[in-house]
Design a protein around this ligand. Sequence first.
Ligand code: CA
Length: 225
Amino acid sequence: MHILLVEDHADLAANLGEFLEERGETVDYAADGLTGLHLASSHRYDVVVLDIGLPALDGVSLCRRLRTEGTQPVPIIMLTARDTENDKLKGFASGADDYLTKPFSLPELHARLQALARRATGYAHTLQVADLVFDTRTLVIRRGSRRLSLRPVEVRLLEILMRASPALVHRQEVVRQLWGDTPPGSDAALRGHIHALRSAIDNDGETALLHTMHGVGYRMGHDDA
Ligand code: CA
């Protein structure tokens, strides 16, 4: 995920950023509200972590401006030291999607960020992993300028993996989503579809996007993590 962290408390920002980066996330920082607004308006983030008490422009005002000034919709989670019903309501009224009161656990923040980003991707009509783009309305799938032709089951498989990207999807979960409670008798069917999908997506000389973790599952991403 590409995360924007707007937090004026330097130690907390460093702590949070380090935790998220260790988990493979990419983090941009802003130490005041105006910088945060500028970054959020000029970059595409998967999620914004927004402190409420900020210099230059407070978090509630920043959130409201992000929601009203026509930038692309991005999930926002607000952080605050204050735990009053009123602050929470103000946060939600300004358009925040979630709310976390300090002190909070870093793994909980990470889990909530993942859930927010996943929900946002769930709404998206266009899925993208590196230069692989899937328009789920037209079912047109391209890698760069190359248009891919896939069988329906492989299109569904691709959608499952792209929506989860960059997370791993366990093999049982893929089987469940593809076939429900009537899975094929052996692993060969899924292996065959993965093979077909990989041949279509990853040509020689291109960065591999579909990764197999043997015995565990599959993931899509432009790195080998
Ligand atoms: Ca603050």
